[in-house]
Design a protein around this ligand. Structure first.
Ligand SMILES: [Zn+2]
Length: 184
């Protein structure tokens, strides 16, 4: 049995051993590449060691147990498809929108704390995933009740519903390595 305490991280056999990395979280994908949930490093390594999942993205470091070395898994994919009952769609809230957009302002790329309705609600814009983006206070304030075409701004992406479910609610931030797997 592989225990968390027996894991050490390093660049390879020659590197000095680091303290066990327990802060790493891994994104687990179904065999269909759909995000399933976020698992602890320990669980991720057990899934890999037992052949239930393979590592898709790693941070380049290796975890050494007594008998094997496993890349630190940031994204894992299950070897076999598991059937998941239909999950309720996640509603766009401040937290989930910031999560989808990686806490980055859609207009200036800076850190975002607020949610902006691209087509303002006061002008008939709806509160739905395709009409909300993360925005910094400054841009949100500058844009106010105007349409993007009125102020010459452009969105760098098309807002879409996220692929993840409520199961992701517990984690407040996406790891950069997860981003490409998280949107439809
Ligand atoms: Zn901004």
């Amino acid at each position: 049995m592989l225990m968390e305490g027996t894991l050490t991280a390093g660049q390879g056999p020659a590197a000095a051993p680091h303290a066990a990395r327990t802060d790493v979280r891994s994104l687990l994908l179904n065999a269909s590449m759909e995000p399933l949930c976020i698992v602890s490093l320990h669980r991720a390594v057990v899934l890999v060691m037992t052949g239930k999942a393979s590592v898709l993205e790693s941070d380049g470091q290796l975890l050494h147990s007594e008998h094997a070395a496993v890349p630190v898994p940031l994204v894992l994919v299950l070897t076999r498809y598991v059937h998941v009952p239909q999950r309720r769609p996640v509603p766009p809230t401040r937290r989930t929108v910031l999560q989808r957009d990686d806490h980055r302002c859609a207009y200036c790329g800076g850190g975002a704390d607020t949610v902006d309705h691209v087509h303002p609600r006061s002008r008939g814009g709806r509160h739905e995933w395709t009409n909300v983006v993360a925005a910094c206070v400054r841009c949100n304030h500058r844009k106010a009740d105007r349409l993007l075409t009125e102020i010459g701004w452009e969105l760098p992406f098309t807002p879409r519903p996220p692929r993840w479910s409520v199961a992701f609610g517990a984690s407040s931030r996406c790891e950069p390595a997860w981003t490409q797997y998280m949107t439809a």
